[in-house]
Design a protein around this ligand. Structure first.
Ligand SMILES: Cc1cc2nc3c(=O)[nH]c(=O)nc-3n(C[C@H](O)[C@H](O)[C@H](O)COP(=O)(O)OP(=O)(O)OC[C@H]3O[C@@H](n4cnc5c(N)ncnc54)[C@H](O)[C@@H]3O)c2cc1C
Length: 414
């Protein structure tokens, strides 16, 4: 009997955990390696939304004008670390060149197969395991100051409508009836029915790590530094704790994947969209279902351990420390939207959305090396992690997933 193939998965965020579990179920000898432990990166602190409706990228037509205006106004939810700007230019130019109707539609076409059935994919990943309890069904409500603000978002809503995502609108005094937590500054709600969220993303990652180990996979805390490639094929992964032989490797290290790709000679165009959360402990109010507070561009999600307000974008260096301005703006917008809300304390957190200029992840083999990419999921990594893991496991097992994977080509940056 031939021994099972040894596959090393680098990075234990949602993409790595999902890949490792599906690979294990496909019969591989799987080790999941993380420098800090499961759920240490963006997968810990995100807004927890299974965002099946988030197929519209940030760079829609007109972003150049609104983006610049936002960056110069501290009351708008887009921040720039100007000292990092020169390094950001190559990414920014490509990002802007995709801000056309054609570019957006290409991204939407690429994202739909990845995210549209996210809740089912999470359910399939966790069925019969203790991790299933962290997934719940819910609607998502976009909260706007008024109808005019909703109409300003018509480009995205029209595209969603074309795909069958029709919002139910509530306006005026009926808003507070529909969502008692909303204060008078919220005068328009747009709700999409039938989606889902995660009740505690950090605990969910821990539970998935447990599932992997119960099903026979192992977890190792180490920092991956390089790959041993011979005759064009990966033979081992080199870590600060020694060299680990393998038949295949999966790179699912979020924003840090970019550095690992340079070891394979690839210059992936990917930057961190730094995002923030305030996690409110013992809140006096909870929304009926998760919301997107459009003015502040953050999610407001009722979780098992409090109310999570997570979002905003700060373009900058993923090695630089947390900035206060985005957190202060989230605080201000919470007061603006929910004037009666009280809470004990707020956990402050920053994480990195790994974002490519075409808003599509890299999924697939790097050349013929036996190293597979599973990273670059920008704002929708929690949503898309389980599907990505399934595709990666299929590819490594030699099964062709029943979907066109060319939009996610891992070699598309040359
Ligand atoms: C504020 C905010 C809100 C968000 N809200 C949502 C949301 O509601 N819904 C949604 O779908 N997405 C959301 N996202 C995006 C989502 O969180 C990310 O896309 C997703 O978590 C990325 O997962 P990942 O597994 O690729 O990376 P990560 O979760 O970042 O994991 C990467 C892992 O790799 C490890 N690692 C790195 N380098 C090495 C190395 N050299 N050796 C070993 N290990 C290494 C790290 O320790 C880390 O654990 C949000 C993001 C932010 C910042």
């Amino acid at each position: 009997m031939t021994p099972p193939l040894k596959t090393l998965v680098i990075g234990a965020g949602i993409c790595g955990l999902s890949s490792a579990i599906w690979l294990r179920r496909a019969g591989h000898d799987v080790m999941l390696i993380d420098k800090d432990g499961p759920g240490a990166g963006a997968s810990y602190g995100n807004a927890g939304l299974l965002a099946q409706w988030a197929m519209i990228p940030v760079n829609t037509p007109g972003i150049a004008r609104t983006g610049l205006k936002y960056m110069l106004d501290p009351n708008e939810p887009l921040f720039m670390q100007w000292r990092y700007f020169p390094k950001l230019v190559p990414w920014l130019l490509k990002f802007m060149s995709n801000a056309t109707d054609k570019g957006v539609r290409a991204t939407v076409d690429g994202l739909m197969p990845l995210i549209a059935d996210s809740v089912s994919q999470h359910e399939a990943l966790t069925r019969g395991t203790a991790a299933a309890k962290w997934i719940t069904n819910s609607d998502i409500t976009y909260a706007y100051a008024n109808r005019k603000a909703f109409d300003k978002d018509s480009y995205g809503w029209n595209l969603r409508r074309e795909l069958g995502y029709i919002p139910e609108l509530v306006e005026g005094p009926a808003v507070q009836e529909a969502e008692p937590m909303a204060g008078p500054n919220i005068q328009c709600l747009a709700t999409l029915k039938g989606h889902g969220h995660i009740l505690n993303p950090g605990a969910y990652c821990d539970a998935l790590a447990q599932v992997l180990q119960e099903e026979g996979g192992t977890i190792c805390q180490a920092t991956v530094q390089d790959f041993d490639i011979r005759d064009g094929k990966v033979k081992a992964v080199i870590t600060d704790r020694g060299t680990l032989p393998c038949d295949h490797a999966v790179v699912s290290a979020g924003i840090w994947s970019k550095e690992l790709m340079t070891k394979l000679g690839l210059k992936v165009v990917m930057e961190a969209e730094r995002g923030y959360h305030l996690h409110l402990k013992n809140p006096s109010q909870m929304p009926r279902n998760p919301m997107m507070l459009v003015k502040g561009k953050f999610g407001v999600n009722p979780m098992s351990s409090g109310l999570r307000c997570a979002g905003t974008v700060e373009l900058g260096d993923h090695n630089a420390p947390l900035s206060n301005a985005p957190l202060e703006l989230i605080r201000k917008n919470i007061k603006w939207a929910f004037p009666d809300l009280k809470y004990d304390e707020a956990e402050e957190w920053m994480g990195f959305r790994p974002s490519t200029p075409d808003s599509l992840p890299l999924v697939g083999e790097i050349g013929g090396t036996g190293v597979f990419a599973a990273f670059g999921h920008q704002h929708i990594g929690l949503t898309a992690g389980p599907k990505t893991g399934r595709w990666v496991a299929d590819l490594i097992t030699g099964k062709r997933p029943n979907v066109d994977l060319s939009p996610y080509d891992a070699n598309r940056f040359g």
